[in-house]
Design a protein around this ligand. Structure first.
Ligand SMILES: C[S@@+](CC[C@H](N)C(=O)[O-])C[C@H]1O[C@@H](n2cnc3c(N)ncnc32)[C@H](O)[C@@H]1O
Length: 312
């Protein structure tokens, strides 16, 4: 299992989580447990770290990374969309902080063998939770041309979504599309020759990202998390969310702005009738981004956006 690399925006995240001895913090996306270890070092031994990941391999890795902290670290194999149920299962009412570091871990790309990247020729799986039935191959081989185009357009913001979907449906009539390299070459063939080598990103990158988001229901999980996390946070708790996709960042930004509002009545209403209360204070008016030094050392940090809000 290869979980290496420094976690993205580590210093900024730890500072904003206000980690101090005795706090109860949930790292809801353990991954390589780099953030989790830094949190544990600051809140233990009096505090409690709850680590969640839907990928069993991440849990196995975290067990070895966090072993020395003993019983004040609790690891749970679950979806962060179930945070309230996870906490109540542990007998915990409220937590002092929560972290989401969304998307893939390095292990998913480098060592999982699940076809997350076209740099390796692997089966088109792309599941973070391998107990789930739906795989990327299911979507690629079963969905209609229209649905495939919608996935590539919506989640990948792919300009040539329709062309790629058409090419894919034609290709699969000769037999199933089963590997990452097969899919990448279909995308390359669908791309207009002049555009194929334009820009820094390979045309297949956006299609792979879109499929991964669809397979793992990533936006839906984030939506459910944002609906339910409010009831899990104690007064003064910090919520830190690192996202890598504009759709995710928009969801986080809009939700935090909604939480901060004191009133959501239409502007022409003379008196407030909504009874909304301000639930959070936004700490990062603009999303924080990784420093140029970090991006140089780790190009994956390039698109990271960190947003922080504090429960009132
Ligand atoms: C970017 S990595 C986290 C890296 C981590 N912060 C570190 O320090 O190495 C994201 C992790 O979140 C997990 N994940 C993604 N969606 C999830 C969900 N809905 N519930 C639980 N874990 C999820 C992935 O399996 C992956 O291991």
């Amino acid at each position: 299992m290869q979980y290496r690399h420094t976690p993205v925006m580590l210093r900024e995240t730890i500072e904003h989580l206000n980690c101090s001895k005795g706090k109860v913090i949930a790292d809801c996306t353990l991954g390589g447990a780099g953030h989790a270890r830094a949190i544990a070092e600051r809140i233990l031994p009096e505090g409690l770290l709850i680590g969640i990941d839907r990928d069993r391999d991440a849990l196995k890795n975290a067990e070895s990374v966090l072993f020395s902290f003993g019983s004040r670290v609790i690891l749970v194999n679950d979806n962060f969309a179930n945070l309230p149920a996870v906490l109540s299962g542990l007998g915990i009412d409220l937590i002092d902080g929560a972290l989401l570091d969304l998307g893939l871990s390095y292990y998913h790309i480098d060592g999982s063998g699940r076809g997350f990247s076209f740099m390796r020729n692997e089966p088109l799986d792309m599941r973070m939770d391998t107990s789930q039935d739906l795989t990327a191959a299911d979507i690629v081989n079963r969905e209609s041309e229209e649905k495939l185009a919608e996935i590539f357009r919506q989640y990948g913001e792919e300009r040539y979504a329709a062309k790629i979907a058409r090419r894919l449906v034609a290709a699969r009539s000769c037999g199933p599309v089963e590997t990452s390299r097969q899919l990448a070459s279909i995308v390359h063939e669908a791309y207009p020759a002049k555009q194929r080598h334009k820009g820094k990103t390979d045309p297949a990158t956006r299609v792979f990202m879109a499929l991964r988001i669809a397979v793992n229901g990533e936006l839906e999980n984030l939506r459910i998390f944002l609906e339910s996390v409010v009831s899990c946070l104690a007064k003064g708790a910090r919520l830190c969310i690192i996202s890598f996709h504009s759709l995710e960042d928009r969801m986080v930004k809009q939700k935090m702005r909604f939480w901060e509002k004191k009133c959501v009545c239409p502007p022409d209403l003379p008196v407030c009738a909504c009874n909304k209360q301000q639930e959070f204070k936004i700490i990062t008016k603009k999303a924080l981004v990784a420093s140029p030094e970090e991006v140089k050392a780790n190009p994956m940090a390039r698109s990271a956006k960190l947003r922080v809000a504090e429960k009132l």
